[in-house]
Design a protein around this ligand. Structure first.
Ligand code: PBG
Length: 308
């Protein structure tokens, strides 16, 4: 019997996601007669240590994954579960994304103290989000709202809704669903109104490229439909050279025999929202085509202003 050491960040969401994946993998092992056991090892990442500083100022992609990847390359851990949204586009030599399990709800959602929906919020209401993508799209619908940064893990953001005078905050539905906190959600924001972050709601499972035994199991776990739609979204983001600190959104779904990908680049004030939807069979070509279309509409000028 081999023991697989699963590295995880210490946040409640990371530990919960890791726990869910281990449950699924245990079930798959039982079903396929595989003799593997999983244990969790907590890792403190740079992103967790500086959560209260302005993350975008510290910069650098993959603030949450670097330490985990180093531990994996050193053989201290064997695999790690990441939110696809936080996963850098390039993995270090020797590591691979072994599985993209079936996606959770990709939408953003609103958690309010009183209002029933975004439309229902009074003029001037204070809405918490640190995401330029969310701020841009919400401002374009409701320029009268006051958007303010709110940092921290989802549990501390929910607390801040009450302690820091917000009327509402916006979070990814997937995180709340996984935590079992569905009842905190006031309303879901349709993807047509607010395109999610690339990969939102999806997980990626990283392991060493040489770990054939684990890769065989992860291959059974991976969801082909989610893999392809997330690949289209990530190609789109890669062409625009975006991380999570830029006002870029994308969402891909299967529409019959093809993938339909919508991409968005917006100005932080919400005055310009560029969008394109295209269909295609090849995730890479589709991601590139949607990015090319937005570049033709002026996406690079908007992004250059944001990057400063
Ligand atoms: N940026 C932080 C982050 N990374 C992943 C999730 C949870 C949802 C997901 O899997 O996309 C969240 C919280 C949020 O944005 O509300």
């Amino acid at each position: 019997m081999r023991t697989i050491v699963v590295g995880s960040r210490q946040s409640a969401l990371a530990l919960t996601q890791t726990g869910h994946v281990i449950e699924d993998l245990n079930a798959l092992c039982a079903e396929h007669g595989l003799d593997l056991k999983f244990v969790v090892k907590k890792i403190l990442t740079k992103g967790d240590r500086i959560l209260d500083v302005t993350l975008s100022k510290v910069g650098g992609k993959g603030l949450f994954v670097k330490e985990i990847e180093q531990a994996m390359l050193a053989g201290e851990i064997d695999m790690a579960v990441h939110s696809m949204k936080d996963m850098p586009s390039e993995l270090p030599e020797g590591l691979v994304n072994g599985a993209v399990p079936r996606r959770e709800d990709p939408r953003d959602c609103l958690i309010t103290l009183g209002a029933k929906s975004l439309e229902d919020l009074p003029s001037g209401a204070k809405v918490g989000t640190s995401s330029l993508r969310r701020a841009s799209q919400i401002k374009s619908m409701r320029p009268d709202l006051q958007l303010e940064p709110v940092r921290g893990n989802i549990d501390s953001r929910l607390r801040k809704l009450e302690t820091e005078g917000f009327d509402a905050i916006i979070l990814a539905a997937a995180g709340l669903h996984r935590m079992g906190w569905k009842d905190r959600i006031t309303s879901y924001i349709p993807v047509e109104a607010c395109l999610p972050a690339v990969g939102q709601g999806a997980l990626g499972i990283e392991c060493r490229a040489s770990d054939e035994e684990l890769l065989a199991l992860l291959n059974l776990y991976s969801d082909r439909d989610t893999s392809a739609t997330v690949a289209a979204e990530r190609t789109f983001l890669g062409v625009l050279n975006g991380g999570c600190q830029v006002p870029i959104g994308a969402h891909a779904v299967w529409a019959g025999q093809e993938i339909s990908l919508t991409g968005m680049v917006g100005s932080p004030d919400g005055e310009v929202i560029l969008k394109e939807t295209l269909q295609g069979k090849d995730p890479q070509k589709l991601g590139e085509a949607v990015a090319a279309s937005l570049i033709a509409k002026g996406a690079e000028q908007i992004l250059a202003q944001v990057r400063g």
